[in-house]
Structures are given as structure tokens and as C-alpha cells.
Design a binder for this molecule. Structure first.
Ligand SMILES: [Zn+2]
Length: 85
């Protein structure tokens, strides 16, 4: 679980696996067609976040335990994903 506390709100929880499956990087989604190329069935049930880094002030980058480290999630996108578990 990833717990995010937004300003003036209660902490919200995001499941790590849905987060990984929603990755929108060029390795997971075809840039031309927008079609998801990631096989979500291949994402381990017990996937975890092993590291995270801030990207400027607009996004965060996660490193997942499957070695995937190219997914950048804007705060806006994470906010809209809240309560996905
Ligand atoms: Zn990705």
C-alpha cells in the first residue's frame, strides 16, 4: 500500500499493484495508439515499491520490485487514482 496525505484531507491508500498496472510510460503503453502493452497478469501479486523519487514539483517516480523504474506519476494523476486498491 502507498499512503498519500493530501493537503487538508485524510490519508488515502493506493494499492501498489493497481499503481504498477496503471503505469503510463512508453514501456507500458504504446505512445502512438495509447493501447496498454503491459501484460497486467504478469505483474506479481506481491509487487512492492522499493524506491521513490520526486520529479520536479509535479510528479513522483516509483521504482517497483519487478525492476520497473520508468513510470512517472503526476500528483494530479495520483489524486485521481485515490481509493484504487
Ligand atoms: Zn511503465
Amino acid at each position: 500500500m502507498l499512503e498519500v496525505t493530501w493537503r487538508d484531507e485524510e490519508p488515502r491508500r493506493l494499492g501498489v499493484r493497481p499503481l504498477r498496472c496503471a503505469c503510463a510510460c512508453a514501456g507500458c503503453v504504446d505512445e502512438m495508439t495509447g493501447v496498454r502493452t503491459l501484460d497486467v497478469n504478469a505483474v506479481p501479486e506481491d509487487i512492492a515499491i522499493t524506491d521513490m523519487q520526486l520529479v520536479g514539483n509535479y510528479a513522483v517516480k516509483f521504482v517497483f520490485s519487478d525492476g520497473h523504474d520508468t513510470g512517472i506519476y503526476s500528483w494530479d494523476r495520483l489524486y485521481k487514482m485515490q481509493n484504487v486498491t
